[in-house]
Design a binder for this molecule. Structure first.
Ligand code: HEC
Ligand code: HEC
Length: 353
């Protein structure tokens, strides 16, 4: 805002100064005309100049006065510029970010609005989770079935993945799912700039975090904040209700299978085949995520608390986890979505599979 006003003030000054020069030039030209043809009498060295009286009198005072005024402008103007410049820079950064968000929202928009239809599958412009029509081909029989594939909420995507991991998902998509590659490197239609603006847009629609740490004043990006307690309470209530009505045998099992906002918070959508299209196979047998059955998860993490840590932080590309796991960055972190107690309960359950 401040930056914008100082820009307009600068333009105004520029126009005034420019106007002044034009007027000065025109006047000078006219005077020059008057002298044409009278060089002999008017030769500069013959023209009488001001006498001392006048030279050192009011004229000198006037010239010095102008000098003082210009000096004052410099003395005040330079520090003022120095003071205003940082906020001008900040203003420019904010303005660019706003522009990115707007460009990103144009890409995110439904096909009917000229976008790439992220909104169509992911539950509208706020990305709250939706469903995608998809044709499954049975590898054995070749039979094609039309299914509706749960598309996870993306308004919590930065709770689960780092920015690089989100970029990877956007560029390369999710193989064998309705989420196609969007980046040029993955064979999609978007250049790096477009992927960046989509990321800016998705940042702008994140559910604001709670309990940001000291000095972390931006609830959209503070690393220590977590999902609002009210949503964690909803997760709790949903899990407890499905234990109560006998759908699941334990709190941990219910959390593993959670169907909140199309399963953005659950494990089943990646670790149980068929879960995403409402036809779950054997729990934990693996799909996009590894097979967790037969004590596999427990033997990968002999120490139970290491497994809780892994699930809280997710995997990181190129980083080892557990006994000999090699992270790809595709396993999300749940530490700022779920509470410690919820994570413990899930781990308890997964180790029993
Ligand atoms: C045809 C429907 C469809 C379209 C269009 C689509 N997606 Fe997806 N997207 C999905 C589905 C389904 C998944 C989950 C795949 C799975 O089960 O692993 C997904 C996954 C994702 C994920 C990872 C979410 C997670 O928690 O694992 C992100 C991020 C994402 N999409 C963003 C986008 C963006 C941005 C666009 C627009 C450029 C987009 N999607 C377009 C259907 C779609
Ligand atoms: C977006 C998909 C996805 C979701 C959701 C997901 N995982 Fe994973 N998970 C993976 C992938 C992929 C791996 C393999 C590691 C890698 O590629 O970095 C993995 C690995 C694991 C492992 C290590 C297994 C081994 O033997 O190395 C455990 C344990 C695990 N996940 C548990 C969970 C739990 C518990 C949840 C729910 C709280 C969960 N996962 C949710 C994708 C997912």
């Amino acid at each position: 805002m401040l930056a914008l006003t100082s820009t307009s003030i600068a333009w105004l000054l520029f126009v005034i100064i420019l106007g002044g020069w034009v007027v000065y030039a025109l006047l000078n030209l006219r005077q020059a005309h008057d002298e044409l043809g009278s060089e002999v009498e008017m030769a500069a060295n013959r023209r009488p100049y001001y006498d001392d009286e006048e030279l050192e009198g009011p004229r000198l005072t006037r010239v010095l006065g102008v000098g003082v005024v210009l000096l004052v402008i410099i003395v005040i103007g330079l520090p003022l510029y120095w003071i205003l410049e940082p906020s001008r820079l900040a203003g420019a950064t904010d303005a660019k970010e706003e522009q990115f968000i707007e460009w990103g929202s144009n890409l995110f928009a439904p096909t009917a609005d000229g976008g790439f239809n992220c909104a169509g599958c992911h539950g509208g412009m706020n990305g709250g989770g939706g469903a995608a029509p998809y044709n499954l081909t049975d590898p054995a029989t070749g039979e094609v079935t039309a299914v509706s594939w749960a598309a996870p909420a993306v308004n919590t995507i930065f709770y689960r993945f780092s920015e690089d991991e989100v970029r990877f998902i956007l560029v390369y998509g999710r193989p064998f799912s309705p989420m196609s590659p969007w980046g040029l490197d993955g064979g999609g239609p978007m250049n790096d700039q477009q992927i960046d603006t989509l990321i800016s847009y998705m940042r702008s629609i994140q559910i604001p975090r709670e309990d940001c740490g000291e000095g972390e004043d931006d609830p959209l990006s503070c690393p220590s904040g977590h999902l609002p307690t009210s949503i964690q309470d909803d997760i709790d209530a949903l899990a407890l209700a499905s234990v109560e009505d006998g759908t699941y045998g334990s709190y941990g099992e219910a959390l593993y299978n959670l169907d909140l906002s199309s399963g953005a918070y659950s494990c089943a959508r990646c670790h149980t085949p068929g879960w995403s299209w409402g036809d779950p196979g054997v729990t934990g047998q693996g799909g996009f995520g590894w097979n967790l059955r037969g004590g596999k998860a427990a033997s990968a993490f002999p120490n139970q608390s290491d497994m809780v840590d892994f699930i809280a932080n997710g995997s990181v590309l190129g980083q080892k986890y557990g006994i000999q796991g090699q992270g790809s960055g595709r396993m999300p972190g749940f530490g700022s979505l779920l509470t410690e107690a919820q994570l413990e309960a899930i781990v308890e359950y997964v180790r029993s599979l």
